[in-house]
Design a protein around this ligand. Structure first.
Ligand SMILES: Cc1ncc(COP(=O)(O)O)c(C=O)c1O
Length: 392
């Protein structure tokens, strides 16, 4: 009985997801790793306590965290994965790994708002400047890199407004100037887009979303392209005293076993719903990169191998009370933050959108949906009734 998993690169994604991190010898034949709630790791010999080759503290991660890290690498590749207690802490861990006092970080204007806040409030206090750039800058990012630029932060697609970034062009411009790159690639779940293959240094996943998939666990990860980058992230993880709970790691790993199937269902359902919405008279536009009408569809088709189940649509102008009437009485779609779970969600996004470079302009309210695993026909019926309330 041996170890299976991350080395089985020749297998297709579904097979890798089933095998990754399985260690029958270590786990007495159990298919799944044990959940070990461990802080102290007792050592038999005095010298072992200070042996850098030995695991000496539970914060380094036990069997279940190791298995999850292997599963993440089996999906996205790279030299190593570091877990973090939430998706946001994975973003901040990556940023702290590259930040230097006196330097600046270029951040996409479409970035997740809490990441923006961390840059503007915490990094600023430590002398790190943030400059925002147009998410559609592509190779032109090279024109705004300066001597002070230490890193470029990408998020593709932007998780509210769904701009797709030209990642290979940005990575190439950054590498040419020896600037680090970080991407929040949560939308793709690491499955439909491979940032490290495109030359990005650190790929961030909010595992809370698709990998967990069941709206019951927070976790994040930073995957590194090279061993040197992995070491730097690990050092920062250690200094910050971060921990990834074994119970949550178990849940996320369990979620990953069905990730490919869920994504496929949710992605198909989302595209079907997006096309249906395009035909509705109440809708001004639909923002799903898999639709030919999306301004970045060509980039998406070039770089992504599939669509995930989160997208947004813009309503024609409506008073807020009509939108509230539409949303508050939906029977299947629920209102709430986060996404990627088995339950369909819908949220009005207006208050979350902050822009510094290109103002967000829309015909009416922006609604974001995350498709769950319910029947898409039932979801369409639910929204049909919602639109009737919107008009009444
Ligand atoms: C794009 C993106 N990145 C990161 C996060 C943060 O994840 P978490 O909620 O696990 O902190 C979110 C959460 O909504 C997100 O949408």
């Amino acid at each position: 009985m041996g170890k299976r998993g991350a080395d089985d690169a020749k297998f297709r994604l579904e097979t890798r997801l089933a095998l990754a991190g399985r260690d029958l010898a270590r786990n007495e034949g159990a298919v799944n790793p044990p959940v070990q709630r461990a802080t102290t790791l007792q050592q038999p010999m005095a010298d072992d306590l200070y042996d850098p080759g030995k695991k000496t503290y539970g914060l380094e991660g036990m069997a279940v965290q190791e298995a999850l890290r292997e599963a993440l690498r089996a999906v996205e590749g790279g030299a190593g994965a570091t877990l973090a207690p939430s998706g946001l802490s994975a973003c901040t861990l990556a940023l702290l790994t590259v930040a230097e006092a006196g330097g600046e970080i270029l951040v996409t204007d479409s970035v997740y708002r809490p990441t923006r806040k961390f840059c503007e409030q915490t990094l600023k206090r430590f002398g790190v400047a943030t400059r925002y750039y147009d998410p559609r800058a592509g190779a032109a990012i090279g024109d705004i890199i300066t001597e002070r630029t230490r890193a470029i932060f990408l998020e593709s697609p932007g998780s509210l407004t769904f701009e797709i970034q030209d990642v290979p062009a940005i990575a190439a411009a950054a590498q040419a100037r020896n600037v680090a790159t970080i991407i929040d690639s949560t939308w793709s779940a690491g499955v439909y887009f491979q940032p490290l293959v495109h030359g990005i240094d650190l790929s961030v996943q909010a595992l809370t979303k698709y990998q967990s998939g069941h709206a019951d666990a927070f976790m994040g990860a930073v995957l590194a392209r090279t061993p040197q980058w992995h070491e730097r992230v690990q050092a920062m993880y250690g200094q910050l005293g971060l921990n990834a709970s074994p119970d949550d790691a178990y849940l996320v790993l369990r979620g990953m076993r069905t990730l490919a199937l869920r994504l496929q269902h949710q992605g198909h359902a989302a595209v079907r719903l997006a096309r249906w919405l395009e035909e509705r008279s109440e809708v001004a536009r639909v923002l799903h990169p898999a639709l030919p009408s999306h301004p970045d569809h060509a980039l998406w088709a070039r770089d992504f191998s599939g669509a995930s189940g989160v997208f947004a649509f813009v309503l024609k102008p409506q008073p807020p009370e009509r939108v509230a009437a539409m949303l508050e009485h939906l029977r299947i779609f629920a209102m709430g933050f986060s996404w990627g779970g088995y339950e369909s969600l819908i949220v009005p996004c207006g208050p979350q959108i902050v822009r510094s470079v290109i103002p967000w302009e829309a015909e009416g309210p922006l609604l974001r949906v995350s498709l769950g695993l319910e029947s898409v026909e039932d979801l369409i019926d639910d929204l049909t009734q919602g639109f009737a309330r919107l008009r009444s």
